[in-house]
Design a protein around this ligand. Sequence first.
Ligand code: PLP
Length: 363
Amino acid sequence: MVKGERVFNFSAGPSVLPLEVMEKVAAELTNYEGCGMSVMEMSHRGKIFDKIIKDAEANLRKLMNIPDNYKVMFLQGGGTMQFSMVPLNFMQNNRKADYIVTGSWAKKAAKEAKKYGDVKIVASSEESTFSYIPKVTREDFRSDADYVYICLNNTIYGTKFPYIPDTGDIPLIADMSSNILSEEIDVTKFGAIIAGAQKNVGPAGATIAIVREDLIGHAHPMCPVYLDYKIHADNGSMYNTPPCFAIYVAGEVFKYLLDMGGVKAIEEKNKRKAAKLYDYIDSSRLYKGCVEKEDRSLMNVVFVTGNPDLDKKFIAEAAEEGLVSLAGHRSIGGMRASIYNAMPEEGVDALISFMKKFEENNI
Ligand SMILES: Cc1ncc(COP(=O)(O)O)c(C=O)c1O
């Protein structure tokens, strides 16, 4: 790798963004569309930013086919703040919620929700280091639960729900921080979708909440104003100063994705990239995948050599070749290649070539 050149960045988040988008942002950084100032400098109440945020919302609606009876909000606070907003807003009737715990993020979300009501962990794969997605049916949920919560893609462990749980009339709330816009999903299956932007959407700082209208407006009386979805929905995400620059970059990513052919086109590319990498891992004598095949994530590919020292050597040598941020999450070690939308197919090809070479030299 030539020093100073762009690398193939496999970081789990914040993560690689489309180069075309960043080049456009760089070109208009100090003077947005000839208005004489940067998006970072302008009032969020002005006409220019008003168009930026409205276009971003419209384009996200187009990309995800979001029906009119869902509100789209651009918030701050990351995925973590959603762990509090969800119970504060959606424990509406019985103060009961059912959680499926498929990884650390869902576990954290459940722990937070316990502060506000009666939380039941209806299924968990923690006993096997979250290496699979439990199968649940409608009967597993309490009929008087106010909502069911899942984390659709588990960034740390590299699993993804291969199915959308059937919760009957109980609203299903899903954290899609690490797989939003990676494949087509039917928004109507969810009461709310929440996602931090810093993986498939844009820079850290913006958080997306897509919430069915009838679930808005019933927040806990003690709910802080900023954490009430109604406040943001009624004010078009402009109750206070929104994360303007992050929303602007997200909006540029949305335009870029639409130009690419929308989510269907990206999904095909993502499936191709993930299949290549998993096929190689399965055929290799050195590397092992860590999760059930049917539950594998398209976005976060987790693997090990079985020898922690060799894993470290792998990560260091890969970085020397411009393949960076391949270390697994600090809680589990091993390797994790996050291959979000913006990871070019050549990045996956380069990783596989490196893996083959490393295997030959170390087996
Ligand atoms: C699936 C998922 N949910 C929630 C979070 C927490 O997001 P944040 O760091 O924006 O609070 C993460 C972070 O990586 C994540 O991967």
